[in-house]
Design a protein around this ligand. Structure first.
Ligand SMILES: *Cc1c(COP(=O)(O)O)cnc(C)c1O
Length: 488
């Protein structure tokens, strides 16, 4: 392949891609101290810039081009109607510092979204500020810490975390100054109850639990776990990354959870990763209400008592842990998630959940007998299925080889090597937005790869063959990050 020129190679002094209008404000010199002597930006025409970015976008595998079965990450389609709402001028041009009486439309959306998220989880309060799931975790754990401290209970510094948890859970606790204690899983993929009991004492701040867990399994003893932790004086944090298996069917609040984060960029179809900023709203039970980050949006009757024209106001709870983010979080994402919920309605959201679970079970059933399924061999999965990329008759083949070969066959690889407790794990989450035909194509590709692994393992070892770059040195890529194109 002839390499297409990089944007710096096309640069030529004086070339411009945009013509700015005449300034209609007085010219003001910029503060000298803030100016850089040199700013090596490429000087290119508009068509060069357009081609540069269009070409870059085609080097990627994304949800708009390929099935993207990245387990736990819920890479569902991002419906375009979400974009229409987010672009409406009244929202897009609103400034967070404008007066509340001219922000009532935006505040209505924030209020309604809070309400929907509280209803879906069965919780009593909501903050929309956190900018990602991990940020939501941090918010929730700080509230748990504040709750114990407010009661003068300073001994509680230990957080229990199952070994199937996402790495952000222990990282969050460490950032919040808590100690983490790892709980093993049993053979059915549940938290080991005996290990839980052995760790419960008056130093427990709480447990961080993911349900369904990252093995794709519903915690069979979740109510018992909640009861035991509460009896020991701890609180229950729910990692809601897997809410795509729960919405409209099961409410964590009714299971006794005290706090839960959502990932709007997973469950509620807002763009993910490079596609846009995240959003990790947090919902809480009654007892954590006073600690919510502020401000949140509350509703009251209008001054003339007109019930049909309520007023939306900002409110900061009395013992608030403070702000977690500037203004009100990623409002553009709130609009998209709100649109998604309004388009589907209660029945539609429930149908999406049921189809997400059905799709994952379809893939699990079709992979059975071809790939090892550590827990799924004996249980139905929820929204994702964890298989293993190791085959008895192809001993040199690893999950990574299978993942890379899938790219040649037109699929973004599933999550691999997570959860950590499953050797050579391939965690597959089709989501409800994949059709039967697409899932069949994916399964056929997986079966072909299993055959290639036996007959021509080198084909897998050398994969990907069709991607713009061959197999990466992933350690080097992580240690020597190069995130932007630089001039030579
Ligand atoms: C994605 C994920 C997180 C972290 O969410 P981010 O939005 O990526 O910060 C936490 N826990 C689980 C189980 C996840 O899948």
């Amino acid at each position: 392949m002839t390499m297409e020129p990089l944007i710096y190679e096309l640069s030529s002094p004086g070339r411009v891609g945009a013509v700015l209008p005449e300034s209609d404000v007085p010219h003001t010199p910029l503060p000298e101290a803030l100016l850089r002597k040199e700013l090596p930006l490429p000087e290119v025409s508009q068509i060069d810039a357009t081609r540069h970015f269009t070409r870059l976008s085609r080097l990627n595998m994304g949800i708009d081009t390929h099935m993207y079965p990245l387990g736990s990450c819920t890479m569902k389609y991002n419906p375009r109607i979400n974009e229409d709402t987010a672009r409406m001028a009244g929202f897009a041009a609103a400034h967070p510092l404008q007066e509340q009486d001219v922000s009532q439309g935006a505040m209505y959306v924030l209020y309604q979204l809070q309400q929907f998220l509280m209803e879906i989880a069965g919780m009593a309060g909501c903050t929309l500020q956190p900018a990602a799931g991990a940020h939501g975790e941090f918010t929730g754990v700080l509230m748990i810490r504040a709750y114990h401290r407010a009661r003068g209970d300073h001994k509680r510094t230990k957080m229990l975390i199952p070994d199937s948890a996402h790495g952000t859970n222990p990282a969050t606790c460490t950032m919040a100054g808590l100690k983490t204690v790892e709980l093993p899983s049993d053979s059915r993929g549940n938290v080991d109850l005996e290990a839980l009991k052995a760790n419960l004492d008056d130093t427990v701040a709480g447990i961080m639990i993911t349900n369904p867990n990252t093995l794709g399994m519903f915690e069979e003893h979740v109510e018992e776990v909640v009861r035991l932790v509460h009896a020991a004086g701890g609180l229950v944090y729910g990692d809601g990354a897997n809410m795509n298996a729960m919405v409209g069917v099961c409410k964590p609040g009714e299971l006794g959870f005290d706090v839960l984060h959502y990932n709007l960029h997973k469950t509620f179809s807002t763009p993910h990763g490079g596609g846009g900023p995240g959003s990790g709203p947090v919902v809480v039970s009654e007892r954590l209400l006073p600690f919510l980050p502020g401000p949140i949006v509350v509703m009251r009757d209008s001054d003339d008592g007109d019930e049909d024209a309520p007023i939306y106001e900002f409110f900061t709870p009395p013992q608030s842990i403070g702000r977690m983010r500037a203004f009100h979080g990623n409002f553009g994402m709130h609009l998209r998630a709100y649109t998604y919920m309004r388009v589907h309605g209660e029945e539609g959201l429930r149908a999406n959940t049921l189809n997400a679970v059905l799709n994952a079970n379809y893939i699990q059933a079709r992979l059975k007998g071809h790939y090892p399924l550590p827990v799924g061999a004996s249980r139905h999965c929820m929204h994702e299925v964890v298989a293993q990329g190791k085959l008895a008759d192809a001993p040199d083949i690893r999950a990574l080889d299978i993942a890379k070969r899938l790219m040649d066959k037109g699929f973004h690889p599933p999550t691999n090597y997570f959860p950590l407790i499953v050797p050579e794990s391939l965690m597959i989450e089709p989501t409800e937005t994949e059709s039967m035909q697409e899932m069949d194509r994916f399964v056929e590709a997986m079966l072909e790869i299993a055959q290639e692994a036996r007959e021509n393992p080198q084909l897998l070892k050398d994969a990907p063959h069709t991607a713009p770059m061959r197999r990466m040195d992933e350690v080097k890529a992580a240690k020597e990050l190069v995130l932007c194109c630089k001039p030579y």
